[in-house]
Design a protein around this ligand. Structure first.
Ligand code: GDP
Length: 177
């Protein structure tokens, strides 16, 4: 009730989707705690993590959901998507297949999530530039076609993770306020 959490104006649910091992858990950890875990799957079983930020003097609690290893195509249940205002759709820039599967994840989002959901495409593992298998240009073009926001991130170095979440949260704030 209000007495318990007087400081929160909005709670925004955000889901993180994409193929296995693209870095979803690490990206979430980076934003929620600003840490990188070398033993990645230690967070299994945690349904979501939160971080509270301020946008236009409003206190916004981002409630960010991880698939916790259930990301096999169509295994993610509709409960996962229910009420989500934003999605981070992640692929790995070093594995072309994870980018080719982005269209499937968009279908999933369109089938299960609200029509007004704000989607941001993230090309993760940008620190592994020497192993790049998806060009930035291809991703930018695809994102423009599909009306998605786009950024390349590294959960390992932290590059662009914070700014990507802030962009998504600001956009959602613009939609709901
Ligand atoms: P998930 O299955 O999508 O949740 O992927 P994880 O977050 O578990 O990451 C899968 C593997 O990729 C782990 O070994 C991570 O340490 C590694 N990883 C995640 N993000 C990055 C990154 O930005 N750069 C590099 N080099 N490795 C990463």
């Amino acid at each position: 009730e209000a007495e318990r959490a007087p400081e929160i104006d909005y709670v925004f649910k955000i889901v993180v989707v994409g193929d296995s091992a693209v870095g979803k858990t690490q990206i979430l950890g980076r934003f929620a705690r600003d840490e990188f875990y070398f033993d990645s799957k230690s967070t299994i079983g945690v349904e979501f993590q939160t971080r509270t930020i301020t946008i236009n003097r409003k206190r916004i609690k981002a409630q960010i959901w991880d698939t916790a290893g259930q990301e096999r195509y169509r295994a993610v249940t509709s409960a996962y998507y229910r009420g989500a205002l934003g999605a981070m759709l992640v692929y790995d820039i070093t594995r072309r297949q994870t980018f080719d599967h982005v269209v499937r994840w968009l279908e999933e989002l369109r089938a299960h999530a609200d029509n007004s959901i704000v989607v941001m495409l993230l090309g993760n593992k940008a620190d592994l530039a020497g192993k790049r298998a998806v060009s930035r240009e291809d991703a930018v073009e695809f994102a423009e076609e599909q009306g998605l926001f786009f950024s390349e991130t590294s959960a390992l170095s932290g590059d662009n993770v914070e700014s990507a979440f802030l962009m998504l949260l600001e956009e959602i704030h613009g939609v709901v306020s």
